[in-house]
Design a protein around this ligand. Structure first.
Ligand SMILES: O=C(O)CCC(=O)C(=O)O
Ligand SMILES: [Fe+2]
Length: 303
């Protein structure tokens, strides 16, 4: 049935945008684009956004730091919003975390649509990448360290050659070791496995991702990372943004953001919520999945 379904053509180099108004003959990609083999369009986008070094870092070190993603005014507003929403959390996490953030304030749409973030999500997780999680954390003086781990924690080792998950941490406060910033062990993404108990205990080669407030520290799903305890007064406020390949189940369920919420909003929001791929689209009445999204899904999954 999949072979006969009618769907629109999307070439590997085509921009992830709304499908063309007129349907053309269905064509399915048979080849998978290999990691970091960027399309001409993506190469141009990386140059336009001055991200060549970031892409190189991701490939070589497994992490990078995005700078100038937004104004400092924007980061100040983001910080305030995270703190405000963390007060709506109940129980022990009140004031410490705020979850399911897309739809809770318009600033989060702005965050996930930032060109540098969208570009890195596509390079690391392919077209059609899903927003897996959007959660803020607030760490006061005395917050303990987060142990070393790889984010692809719901995948067994050896990890696939293709990266599955991208996490970006928007530092709303300066990232310093004493302030409890994220630590990484550069290059561990090449091991394609989780750290063992000894490595978790000793963290060999771990280094702080120190950077000014407003920077976005990003890493792939395989690289080993954690954070430092916070040893200074004040609060470390971070927005954690995770994208995954379209074939992975997301951490957060944004099913409540319906078509009414999406009405008039940018197309990439539909894509990252999985509304433009065919997975989960089967209905009893139709008797099958939404085949108008089928070939597009297969194509996106190979990028
Ligand atoms: O809070 C941090 O510094 C790192 C958190 C983390 O491991 C993650 O967001 O994947
Ligand atoms: Fe993590």
């Amino acid at each position: 049935m999949a072979q006969t379904a009618t769907a629109r053509l999307e070439r590997p180099g085509a921009r992830t945008g709304p499908p063309p108004a007129r349907a053309s003959a269905p064509e399915r990609l048979t080849e998978t684009r290999q990691p970091f083999d960027l399309s001409d369009r993506m190469t141009a986008e990386v140059a336009r956004l001055d991200m060549a070094q970031n892409v190189h870092d991701m490939q070589e070190q497994g992490y990078t730091i995005l700078r100038d993603v937004a104004s400092s005014e924007f980061t100040r507003h983001l910080r305030k919003t995270c703190l405000r929403l963390a007060e709506e959390t109940d129980g022990k996490a009140k004031g410490r975390s705020a979850a399911l953030l897309l739809g809770r304030d318009p600033i989060f749409e702005d965050v996930v649509l930032r060109p540098k973030i969208q570009t890195l999500a596509e390079i690391m997780c392919g077209k059609g990448a899903l927003l897996s999680q959007l959660i803020a954390s607030i760490r006061p003086l005395g917050a303990p360290k987060l142990p070393l781990h790889a984010d692809q924690n719901w995948l067994p080792a050896p990890f696939p050659v293709h990266n599955q998950l991208l996490t970006l941490c928007w530092a709303c406060d300066e990232f310093t070791e004493a302030g409890g910033c994220t630590k990484v062990i550069p290059g561990t993404h090449r091991l394609r496995r989780h750290p063992n108990d000894e490595e978790v205990a000793n963290e060999p080669g771990a280094m702080p991702t120190e950077c000014p407030a407003g920077s976005v520290v990003a890493w792939d799903g395989s690289v080993w990372h954690g954070n430092y305890p916070r040893a200074i007064p004040g609060k470390r406020v971070v927005l954690h943004i995770t994208f995954s390949r379209l074939a992975l189940r997301p951490v957060e369920d944004y099913g409540h953001l319906d078509d009414e919420w999406l009405e008039g909003k940018p197309y990439p929001l539909r894509v990252m919520l999985g509304r433009e791929d065919f997975l989960g689209s089967t209905t009893i009445n139709r008797g099958h999945a939404d085949y108008t999204h089928l070939v597009r899904t297969f194509n996106w999954a190979k990028t």
